[in-house]
Design a protein around this ligand. Structure first.
Ligand code: MTE
Ligand code: MO
Length: 420
């Protein structure tokens, strides 16, 4: 008989270890529209598709049958054309392994760390997945009795990062086919999903509701990628994910992959690609996912590359207390500017740092695993921390506080008590 403690799930008829699955929220028809990823359970580098996080800013569209699908490339091009996925599959392929991180991942730690620095005791944001929580706040800002305090607790901000293998073609190879004009500076991607942006999203992001939210009405999700990023060799149009056809919720039949830049650039459900001679005014680029000091800062800027980030995945706060013994501090490290080269770990709240082992591989935008053995014999309270330095020489934390609290890359402490 299998030992009870490894009998997590059944697989192909056999008792097996627990499979990794995301914690999901569903619409009224039981279809997933939002999911958080249990990244700390990963034993390897790639997030299983079933465990990958999900974000949809507007209504998730109805699926299009692959036989009925094509998309158009229009605007500042010499040969406006339509392509099917099979047209793309005849071109030289390109596969990238990369993490995708939502700009709002870990946003609650901005306030938590600020309070902790001042000696306050704001509740620590938890990685823990709470099934069903995550979308209950949708649409609440439109209700007459809306009160921000009623939704603040309903939106755990952790778990919006996953790593995948994405297969498709280089965007620049496709653009070469349509011959882009010299004056093209932006490539606008439009999804076939539509809806009115929910003001509740802005309130939750900013952490208050006492400001005016711009209402663009019903829109399609779109983003205007600067031409330089569009031409990078790892920017691809993907129809496959983790060795299988891309799934509907992750953007099938075709999505954009922009390694290094926050998830909101990775446009799903592509309908139209438009070459433009100016940067477009996309809601999710000039009104949301912007930096600035406040909602009325006149100098708001679109946010692009993510910072340098490390997360300790083991031990976690929920493992505390531990007995004296031999442990390994492990985690994941990534950066929006390319590979994380070194990771340091502290067990005393950042006073002393030791170099961790960083698992090397050739994928610049895929996270790396790090580890440091930790032998601890003295009972007491320990604060574990990690910080990474990337190939561009940037050391965590790199991102400044901004009013939408995006791109958090601060150092998240893990608090462990050692008890006899
Ligand atoms: N068409 C479309 N693309 C989109 C979105 C969307 O709402 N519509 N959400 C974006 C955001 S904010 C993120 S974080 C990622 C999430 O991708 P995933 O659901 O495959 O993890 O998709 C991005 N691409
Ligand atoms: Mo996102």
């Amino acid at each position: 008989m299998p030992r009870q403690e490894i009998e997590g799930d059944w697989y192909m008829g056999w008792p097996d270890r627990k499979r990794h699955t995301a914690s999901t929220s569903e619409d009224k028809d039981g279809r997933v529209i939002h999911a958080r990823c249990p990244f700390w359970e990963h034993e390897g580098l790639i997030t299983p598709t079933d465990a990958t996080y999900v974000i949809a800013q507007l209504q998730v569209p109805e699926p299009i049958h692959p036989d009925d699908y094509d998309f158009e490339i229009i605007g500042k091009v010499k040969n406006p054309s339509r392509f099917t996925v099979n047209d793309l599959r005849r071109m030289p392929g390109h596969t990238v392994r990369a993490i995708a991180e939502c700009a709002g991942n870990d946003t609650d730690y901005w306030d938590y760390l600020a309070a902790r620095k001042k000696g306050g005791n704001l509740q620590k944001p938890s990685y823990e997945l709470q099934p069903g929580k995550g979308n209950e706040w949708r649409g609440m800002a439109d209700q007459a009795d809306f009160d921000y305090s009623s939704i603040a607790e309903l939106n755990p901000s952790t778990g919006f990062v996953s790593a995948g293998e994405w297969t498709g073609v280089r965007l620049r190879d496709v653009l070469e086919r349509v011959e882009i004009r010299e004056d093209a500076v932006a490539v606008r991607f439009e999804g076939f999903d539509e809806g009115r942006p929910d003001p509740t999203v802005q309130y939750l992001s900013v952490g208050r509701s006492d400001f005016e939210v711009y209402d663009p009405g019903i829109i399609n999700y779109d983003k205007g990628l600067p031409i330089e990023k569009a031409m990078e060799p790892d920017t691809i149009l993907a129809w496959a994910h983790n060795g299988e056809w891309l799934t509907h919720i992750h953007g099938a039949p075709l999505r954009l992959i922009v390694p290094g830049w926050a998830g909101n650039w990775w446009v799903k459900w592509i309908n139209t690609i438009e070459l433009m001679d100016h940067m477009p005014d996309c809601y999710h680029q000039t009104h949301y996912f912007v930096s600035g000091r406040s909602p009325d800062d006149p100098d708001k800027k679109p946010m692009t590359a993510i910072g340098v980030k490390t997360l300790i995945t083991d031990p976690r706060d929920t493992d505390s207390p531990l007995s004296p013994g031999q442990y390994v501090i492990r985690g994941l490290a990534w950066s929006g500017y390319g590979a994380v080269k070194t990771v340091e770990v502290s067990t005393d709240g950042g006073q002393n740092w030791q170099p961790a082992h960083v698992e090397e591989h050739g994928d610049r935008f895929l996270w790396r695993r790090f580890s440091l053995p930790w032998d601890v014999s003295e009972p007491g309270d320990y604060t574990l921390m990690s910080r990474g330095t990337d190939e561009a020489g940037r050391q965590q934390p790199t991102v400044e506080w901004n009013f939408q609290r995006k791109h958090f890359d601060g150092i998240i402490p893990v608090d462990i008590s050692i008890e006899q």
